[in-house]
Design a protein around this ligand. Structure first.
Ligand code: IPT
Length: 996
């Protein structure tokens, strides 16, 4: 390997171009170094001359030829495919070109960029830095060839010393979309070429500071720190750290410091470090901390970490991966406000400024290399670059540029070699290189399943049960395909889990319980933070959020790129509230009037948190009145990280007053932070106290019973009905369907068992025996084509009975139902529902509930139940019990690919409101959704923009729902959240009330 490294070093510094088929890294660059901005840096972003050709062969070969060419203007940084030249393309695993390594195809969009730079006075030394060029670039300054770049998300720095001139200078960059390097950049994302990160001209003195490596260690036993700053420069350097009283200390000489406050995400203490020579100065921020693996757990400053993470791609719906730094900051602040404390920079090093923000705001980072060769898997991993010596220099170059650029950031606690590149010698060599250069951080790579060359066990999309078994040490290595290295001394994390595609993710609570149950489990990273929808203007002038296939790609992977906790415009999806609840660093449990508080912060006590107890009386239906809750501050015990304590809630609220009560404890930060104001909520918990008085819940949903079918049960005195009838405040049609409650017209009333499949419903569960998705199994079983037949319609005194058989077309399978209406309370229609399967059923049902349509003027809802966001059986951890209200439009989750969404659970009272009147529905454990379009329209639509209100309000009142799971990529719905076919009975009431 030594010879190869020498070869690599010399090859890199040669000013030559590199053939597009060469597997080698770039040419002509300066040695990789830390990203060290200086105030005098000149940003070369802006408008450049630009032209694009369909192949490299057709594009001008050099700057002189380009000067004669017609060109337009383009914005730098940016992707040309988002600025009217060519089109983006989305593939997940598959390469969009033949797998013929190391050759790119001839059809290879090739662009030339050019701009002038005015120089007043020649600096002693000048450098040109590119932070990211997607594609393979060749660079000229004036007519001098500087070299070439490979590694789209990595920096490339060139010396300009002998090519600068006073006056006008010309910078020319030729970029080909495809090269040998494309085989190493098969991340699941849009293919978007262009100069998409900053281009900077640095003017420097002759003996500049070339590199700085800060070692800032913290010893949690002594509370002391050790600082050593290595400087690469031809001049002598000194350091100053004013906040620690360090001045003019010689670089390279170790300093022991007592009484250091360490860096942690919860207390991100940074110190300004100045590195100076006679002629040069750079300023960095330093944080003291130590990463270690001890007793099988991953620790920072001695404390085991609990990584509550997300995978973050750089994405903006208009700008692609050219994400403005203000946007990145807003994203990180949003993460912090949702209790996310870690980011995996999937699957490439981020914009270098991003890590300044994670240092400052406090997030742990897994910094990942720009490497993925996933498409080789589709060809049996044959000729995978990861195990082919021809690619070793490129692999080493990529990891070296990652580590050298980002090594000074305290937030970076783990290096990751890349993603989904199989396994092989070149990956092992990358890890070996890191261990030599930066032994202070562990190395991660999920593909190292045997733990042969990395330090942390890792997996993707393991089920919560398997994660629990890994934590307990009971899942041996290799027990399942892809199961992780089991050695108990290796900490373990899920680098991806909880695939947040469409409605979901379901099952977060079970994962978090497994994480919190085992110190060996260092945490997990949701796939993924943001949906990569691109804003697209269509020929008719309309605008939509586009996904794979929308740009006419020959091969693509559809909407698999739309799988985030936030929309492309960073609007939270319902899953984000759920993540905030399960990731909360303050664990709260309420048992009667005993509150247990657990401090799961990494680096702070509970000081500075304040808690409120709110108490509200419930009526016998379990519903609160309109009066505001009685609130008071309560004391939070002072807890160090990892500690927990139980406190008694204050007696003076006379908690056992005889009536049932709802208690809500909320914990908030007392003081403003960089990312949230004072009073921002960190954690909450609710519990109901039954009270000593007896309660009756008239509308209770009951659970399954084992009896097989429903008896036709009309009393002897029953009178059969054959036409429309009035019964109490209800009107019924000739088939016994409810058509009116009071004055409110009701259409298409009946039982519903179907839902517009979610992305998870369309996925094949990783943990199932069936190769079919739930949605496929539902259609195979005929749930999408039930036909109704009235089996009974009769009245007997105060009971109206309607039996309906829902049969599957062309099958002898179906569902029998019996609806028993009663009118014992004036103005109220009470309904008991029984359903039971008949024939063979081997598939869970999507839902059991009522569906109907109201006039569109019923445009608002008010409900007592879980809210304000959606809650399915295995989602909605962020939803709480109380009164909520909103326009029906706001109930909709604007999913880019429409699907079942926005159902509110835990429902006890619902009012569907028009201006004068309201339909009120009461029950227990119900769920509802209401939409301005039908389920059929929802299911048929490919894009959000296809959905149009149809002047009705379409309502579901569900008794039971199948869970959501994460089968879009991962395990399906857990057994306890499946809706298995069985006999069930439920109760609910209807009434028309004045709208208030
Ligand atoms: C895993 C990838 O690492 C990630 O980039 C993304 O594609 C994700 O899947 C699905 O959205 S790969 C794994 C499912 C084989």
């Amino acid at each position: 390997m030594a010879t190869l490294l020498v070869m690599l070093g010399s090859q890199l510094s040669v000013r030559s171009d590199l053939p597009l088929s060469s597997p080698l890294p770039g040419t002509g660059q300066l040695a990789p170094a830390a990203w060290l901005p200086r105030p005098s840096d000149l940003d070369l972003g802006g408008s450049w001359r630009f032209a694009l050709w369909p192949s490299a062969a057709e594009a001008p070969a050099d700057p002189a030829a380009f000067r004669e060419t017609e060109a337009s203007d383009i914005r730098v940084p940016g992707h040309w495919v988002l600025q009217g030249h060519g089109a983006p393309a989305y593939t997940n695993v598959q390469y969009p070109f033949p797998v013929d390594p190391p050759h790119p195809p001839d059809g290879n969009p090739t662009a030339i960029y050019q701009r002038t730079v005015w120089i007043d006075e020649l600096p002693e030394q000048a450098r040109l830095r590119f932070d990211g060029i997607d594609g393979a670039a060749t660079i000229w300054w004036n007519d001098t060839l500087l070299g070439s770049t490979r590694g789209s998300r990595l920096p490339a720095v060139f010396s300009l010393d002998d090519s600068l001139r006073v006056g006008e200078n010309v910078l020319t960059v030729r970029v080909s979309q495809w090269s040998a390097a494309s085989y190493l950049e098969d991340q699941d994302m849009w293919w978007m070429p262009g100069i998409f990160r900053a281009v900077t001209l640095q003017s420097l003195p002759a003996q500049a500071i070339d590199d700085v490596f800060v070692h800032a260690d913290y010893d949690h036993e002594s509370g002391g720190g050790v600082l050593r700053v290595e400087v690469r420069s031809d001049a002598d350097a000194v350091i100053d750290v004013p906040s620690l009283g360090i001045a003019e200390h010689p670089a390279g000489v170790e300093l022991s410091l007592a009484g250091i406050r360490p860096w942690s995400p919860d207390d991100p203490v940074l110190h300004e470090l100045r590195v100076r020579t006679d002629r040069d100065e750079v300023v960095l921020k330093v944080g003291f901390r130590r990463v270690s693996i001890d007793g099988g757990s991953l620790r920072v400053n001695g404390t085991p970490v609990r990584l509550s993470g997300v995978n973050r791609h750089e994405h903006d719906p208009d700008l692609g991966r050219a994400v403005p730094i203000a946007t990145a900051r807003a994203e990180l602040e949003l993460m912090k406000r949702h209790n996310i404390n870690a980011v995996r920079t999937s699957h490439y090093p981020p914009d270098p400024r991003f890590l300044e923000l994670t240092d400052e705001l406090g997030l742990f980072v897994i910094d990942e290399g720009d490497l993925e060769t996933h498409g080789f898997e589709l060809n049996g991993w044959r000729r995978n670059p990861s195990d082919d010596p021809m690619w070793l220099p490129a692999f080493l170059d990529r990891v070296e540029r990652l580590v050298e650029r980002d090594k000074n950031h305290p937030s970076v606690i783990i290096w990751s070699l890349g993603n989904e590149a199989g396994t092989g010698r070149n990956l092992a060599a990358m890890s070996e290189w890191i261990h030599g250069r930066d032994p202070s951080r562990p190395v991660h790579y999920e593909g190292d399943r045997d733990g042969a060359y990395t330090d942390i066990g890792s997996a993707m999309y393991l089920s919560s049960a398997d994660l629990d078994a890994v934590g307990a040490g009971s899942l041996p290595p290799g027990a399942k395909p892809g199961s992780p290295a089991g050695a108990p001394e290796r900490p373990f994390l899920l680098c991806e889990f909880a695939h947040a595609m469409g409605t979901g993710p379901g099952g977060l609570s079970e994962y978090q319980a497994a994480i919190d149950g085992h110190p060996r489990i260092a945490g997990a990273f949701v796939w993924e933070w943001i949906e990569h929808g691109l804003r697209q203007r269509l020929a008719d002038g309309s605008v939509r959020l586009a996904y794979g296939g929308d740009f006419g790609e020959l091969v693509h992977d559809g909407n698999f790129v739309i799988d985030g906790l936030v929309s492309p415009d960073r609007e939270p999806r319902p899953g984000l509230a759920d993540v905030a609840a399960v990731f909360s660093p303050i664990g709260l449990a309420l048992d009667g009037t005993e509150l247990t508080v657990t401090n799961r912060y990494h680096g702070r006590t509970t000081e500075g948190l304040e808690a409120t107890l709110a108490v509200v009386d419930l009526d016998t239906d379990g519903v609160a009145g309109d009066e505001p809750p009685v609130s008071q501050q309560i004391l939070i015990p002072l807890l160090a990280p990892g500690e927990s304590a139980t406190v008694q809630l204050p007696a003076e609220l006379s908690l056992d007053s005889g009536v049932p009560r709802l208690l809500t404890v909320s914990v908030a930060q007392a003081h403003a932070t960089a990312w949230a104001p004072a009073g921002h909520e960190i954690a909450w918990v609710q519990a109901e106290l039954p009270g000593s008085g007896a309660t009756s819940q008239p509308g209770s949903a009951s659970s399954a019973s084992s009896a097989a079918s429903i008896a036709a049960s009309s009393a002897a005195s029953a009178e059969a009905l054959s036409g429309p009838t009035t019964f109490g405040v209800g009107r019924f049609d000739a088939s016994g369907r409810l058509t009116q409650v009071g004055d409110i017209p009701i259409h298409d009333f009946g039982l519903r068992f179907w839902r517009a499949p979610t992305d998870n419903d369309f996925g094949t569960p990783w943990d199932g025996d069936d190769q079919r998705s739930d949605a496929q199994r539902w259609t195979d079983a005929g749930l999408d084509r039930l036909q109704a037949r009235t089996t009974e319609y009769s009245v007997a005194g105060d009971e109206l009975v309607v039996g309906t058989r829902y049969g599957v077309i062309s099958s002898d399978r179906g569902i029998d139902s019996m609806l028993r209406w009663s009118r014992t309370e004036a103005g109220v229609l009470a309904l008991d529902v029984e359903v039971a399967p008949f024939g063979e059923w081997h598939v869970p049902w999507p839902r059991i509930g009522l569906g109907f349509r109201l006039p569109g003027e019923f445009g608002d809802v008010r409900w007592f139940g879980l809210g304000p966001g959606a809650a399915y059986p295995d989602t909605g951890q962020g939803a709480r019990l109380g009164w909520h209200s909103m326009p029906i439009d706001d109930l909709q989750v604007p999913n880019i690919r429409p699907q079942e969404n926005g159902s509110r659970g835990g429902l006890r009272r619902l009012a569907l409101l028009a201006s004068q009147t309201a339909l009120q529905i009461d029950g227990h454990g119900l769920a509802f959704s209401a939409r301005p379009w039908s389920d059929a329209a929802l299911e048929a639509a490919d894009h959000l923009e296809d959905l149009r209100p149809d002047e009705s309000t379409h309502v579901h009142v569900d008794f039971a729902r199948h869970g959501i799971g994460t089968a879009a990529c991962g395990p399906g719905v857990l057994p306890q959240h499946r809706l298995e076919p069985a006999r069930y009975s439920y109760a609910v009431t209807f009434r028309a009330v004045p709208a208030l």
